[in-house]
Design a protein around this ligand. Structure first.
Ligand code: 1GP
Length: 252
């Protein structure tokens, strides 16, 4: 698919977008295909592929092929580093970990990967990645100073910073498997003081959480762990997406 960002922004005019994150380490072709098919039927708007380090190129490509077998929408890479890239995807989050203490995660890996992205013909989607407490593994690996739930001014400052730097999306990441997601209050503060499109992910398991985040202003909700080892993928995702649409209806 061409112009993935345009496609997403178009969809967001009419409602929230759910994205299913698939970890290629846990999902070889057949499993990725089944997950993506169920996500498609449930109404997921895109599949994100990535999240783990130490992945082989074959493993990544195999997973993307599986997704492509059964998913019509965009496939977006969610790379942990410059190495985990594949020309089989449509786009990638060209992301900067805004609250990392290590420049490698702010611009270093990006510099290493930029020419590869160009050569592969991947669409780069400029994204500010902000780790919110607890941050889990990605917060540790990314050397982040997580934003605490009550630090609303800090979160808003980062959101404006991302917007002024020209980033199109701000991803509020509590970390995969987080016991609780980012709070709706933080999303609300960002929405009222900035114009950037907000993605929320990490620890979202209950429809009620997804509803509250969308009602507060999140346009994109990412879930990953929710459907790992799940047999009723379509119905679990369907409940989240229904709740997201309810949240959209509650917006001011
Ligand atoms: C991780 O935000 C994503 O980067 C998804 O988190 O696995 O907790 O759904 P979960």
């Amino acid at each position: 698919m061409k112009d993935v960002l345009g496609y997403l922004m178009g969809r967001i005019q009419d409602g929230p977008v759910h994205m299913t994150l698939i970890d290629p380490d846990k999902a070889p072709r057949q499993i990725a295909s089944e997950l993506a098919g169920a996500a498609q039927r449930a109404g997921s708007g895109a599949i994100m592929v990535g999240g783990s380090t130490g992945l082989t190129q074959e493993g990544l490509d195999d997973c993307i092929k599986g997704v492509r077998d059964s998913f019509d929408g965009p496939i977006i890479l969610f790379p942990p580093a410059a190495s985990a890239l594949s020309p089989l995807a449509d786009a990638l989050y060209f992301m900067s970990l805004l609250n990392s203490r290590d420049p490698r995660f702010i611009v270093g890996e990006q510099m290493k990967g930029s020419r590869i992205v160009k050569k592969m013909g991947l669409e780069p989607i400029p994204l500010g990645y902000l780790i919110i407490e607890p941050g889990m593994a990605v917060g540790k690996v990314g050397m982040a100073d997580p934003v605490m739930h009550g630090e609303l001014d800090t979160a808003v400052s980062y959101a404006l910073c991302a917007q002024y730097l020209g980033m199109k999306l701000l991803y509020l990441e509590a970390g995969s498997g987080a016991p609780e997601p980012v709070k709706a209050e933080m999303v609300g503060a960002i929405r009222s003081e900035s114009d950037i499109t907000v993605v929320a992910g990490g620890g979202i398991r209950k429809p009620e959480q997804a509803r509250a985040l969308v009602a507060a202003g999140a346009d994109i909700i990412v879930t990953g762990t929710l459907v790992e080892d799940e047999t009723e993928v379509e119905s679990v995702l369907g409940d989240i997406i229904t709740a997201m649409n309810d949240g959209w209806g509650e917006r001011d």
